[in-house]
Design a protein around this ligand. Structure first.
Ligand code: CUA
Length: 156
């Protein structure tokens, strides 16, 4: 294949611009410590979830007037603690991690939807104004029991 001298020059310019952009992007990402977005970036040793607070005692704790702190562990194939009851108007601060593989944490009918990655701690808060039984689902394929991975939060 014969390439004209100008075509070769044009190709060389294009390839070097691409290289420059990738080098700049890579250097920036590392030097600025760019990571996936999270309100607070916390990590955990995924092999020691059951020994690390607050996941050594998963559960809901009342921390104020209709304000709960929930430490939850996602595992194949469920959530610890399982179902829980709060009164309508409650705000729940969820702190969730995984003890094995990547799971989802999605509360149907709300905008709560997180990816639960082993080694990472995910946070989200939600105020449950309407009473009802809220379904919490895993929406990341995590194995043969994935479709059974769910729990509920009852708002009275
Ligand atoms: Cu856990 Cu799908």
């Amino acid at each position: 294949m014969h390439l004209h001298r100008l075509e070769k020059m044009w190709l060389a310019i294009g390839i070097s611009m691409l290289a420059v952009f990738l080098i700049v992007l890579g250097t920036m990402a590392f030097s600025m410590g760019i990571q996936p977005p999270s309100e607070h970036h916390h990590t955990i040793d995924p092999a020691k979830v059951t020994e690390t607070a607050p996941f050594d005692k998963p559960g809901f704790q009342l921390i104020g007037d209709r304000h709960y702190e929930a430490a939850m562990v996602a595992y194949a194939f469920g959530y610890d603690p399982a179902t829980y009851e709060v009164e309508a108007g409650s705000t729940v601060d969820f702190t969730v991690t995984s003890s094995d593989v990547v799971h989802g944490f999605s509360i149907v009918g709300t905008n709560v939807n997180m990816m639960i990655v082993p080694g990472e701690i995910s946070h989200i808060s939600h105020t449950f104004d309407k009473p009802g039984t809220y379904l919490i689902l895993c929406n990341e394929y995590c194995g043969t029991g994935h479709e059974y991975m769910k729990t509920t939060l009852v708002v009275k």
